[in-house]
Ligand binder design. Structure first.
Ligand SMILES: CCCCC/C=C\C/C=C\C/C=C\C/C=C\CCCC(=O)SCCNC(=O)CCNC(=O)[C@H](O)C(C)(C)COP(=O)(O)OP(=O)(O)OC[C@H]1O[C@@H](n2cnc3c(N)ncnc32)[C@H](O)[C@@H]1OP(=O)(O)O
Length: 153
């Protein structure tokens, strides 16, 4: 699979959630399935909250990076060009909202499915659902904003 995150340049691949160069991070991979974006992730025992269940911060982190990657992919798709082409779209999280609906089991593959709800100017809104087997355990809304030139200053 060649994922959205595989298009990130090396100097922007250190993110804890999605950076391929971060050995301590989740290194999530996201791709299109039709009009939805999909990330699959298997929690480790050290992601535990209550024994048997995944930590909520992990779930939020998965929704976060799934959504920023989805925002970038959506913007490229809207312009009909590949994620390798220039100018590059780089998104950071402006807002992250998570609803925890059910306990998320630690021993199941998690599937995060995202839909593009709005593209307006530099802003993309992504809604996502986290599935464990047949149960939707969380849902989220992220407002992703194109990273300003002066980010961090
Ligand atoms: C700090 C670590 C950064 C790591 C990321 C590095 C690189 C990212 C680049 C490439 C991707 C590669 C890898 C990583 C990808 C993602 C990282 C994972 C996610 C994260 O972990 S990332 C860290 C946490 N994140 C931040 O560290 C952001 C801090 N923050 C800011 O840098 C500004 O706050 C910013 C840029 C968010 C907005 O600033 P701005 O000046 O550009 O915004 P502006 O006013 O122009 O708004 C434009 C439109 O966005 C709407 N809007 C803005 N903010 C909103 C909010 N909070 N809620 C709802 N809507 C909001 C407005 O309402 C308007 O919408 P409208 O036009 O419809 O009114």
């Amino acid at each position: 699979m060649y994922a959205f995150q595989d298009h990130y340049p090396e100097n922007l691949s250190h993110c804890y959630g999605c950076g391929s160069q971060n050995p301590h991070g989740h290194q999530i991979k996201t791709e299109w399935e039709g009009d939805e974006t999909v990330t699959r992730f298997r929690p480790e025992p050290f992601h535990t909250s209550v024994p048997g269940f995944a930590y909520g911060g992990l779930i939020a982190s998965l929704i976060d990076c799934h959504s920023t990657a989805s925002a970038a992919a959506a913007m490229y798709r809207q312009e009909g060009r590949s994620m390798d082409s220039l100018p590059a779209f780089r998104f950071v999280t402006g807002s992250l909202h998570v609803d925890f609906l059910k306990p998320t089991p630690i021993d199941a593959e998690l599937v995060i499915r995202g839909q593009v709800k709005e593209i307006k100017g530099r802003k993309v809104v992504i809604e996502s659902q986290v599935w464990a087997r047949t149960v939707m355990t969380a849902k989220g809304v992220v407002v992703a904003v194109q990273m300003p030139e002066n980010f961090g200053t």
